[in-house]
Design a protein around this ligand. Structure first.
Ligand code: ADP
Length: 175
């Protein structure tokens, strides 16, 4: 599914983030930036040791912020590493922090002149954020950013599995 928002395109696909040919892909990292499971593990496996070497120089990243490295051996030229909130009950700034991940990642892209970005569904794996709620926050935040930043031409959400895709599709229809 794909919608036009002003001059930008917002797109949902089911797939694997490591295979995307956007200029940047986003990693759902942890605060150490030293690798983990899920998307993080897949990106470092596919991208090779150069990405981890660059991450080591960055000295970590607080929750809700984002950092840039090269894409190593990935098709994408850059990886934007962002740290989602661990979900407790929704009353511990989780929506703010999750929105901040998407916004800060896109700000880095704008600053670098990156025109296309692929995101995974941040925080909905090991960090336990309910999928429908996370999808609403993700899509609302990206839509608002694109309304003010036509320099980003394409944002693609790469959803891992049918359930994640369906949740984002429902959220996008409900916006
Ligand atoms: P977090 O710690 O932020 O929850 P995870 O990596 O555990 O991050 O999971 C985030 C989401 O990414 C989950 O919905 C998971 O199913 C999905 N995911 C896992 N591997 C991939 C992949 N290779 N490409 C895209 N999404 C993935």
């Amino acid at each position: 599914m794909e919608i036009q928002l002003g001059r930008s395109v917002l797109e949902l696909v089911e797939g694997d983030i490591t295979q995307q040919d956007t200029e940047a892909i986003v990693n759902a990292a942890n605060t150490s930036l030293l690798g983990g499971g899920g998307v993080d593990g897949a990106i470092h496996r596919a991208g090779g040791p150069k990405i981890l070497e660059e991450c080591r120089q960055l000295g970590g990243c607080p929750t809700g912020e984002a950092r840039l490295t090269s894409g190593g051996n990935l098709p994408a030229r850059y990886v934007i590493h962002t740290v989602g909130p661990v979900y407790k009950d929704g009353l511990h700034r989780e929506p703010d922090l999750l929105g901040s991940c998407y916004r800060e990642s896109l700000k880095l892209a704008s600053a670098k002149g990156i025109k296309s970005v692929a995101f995974p569904s941040i925080s909905t794996g090991a960090y336990g954020y309910p999928l429908a709620d996370a999808a609403r926050v993700a899509l609302t935040t990206v839509k608002a950013y694109l309304a003010e930043h036509p320099e980003i031409e394409r944002v693609r959400f790469v959803l891992f599995g049918k359930a994640a895709y369906a949740a984002y599709e429902a959220a996008l229809r409900g916006l």
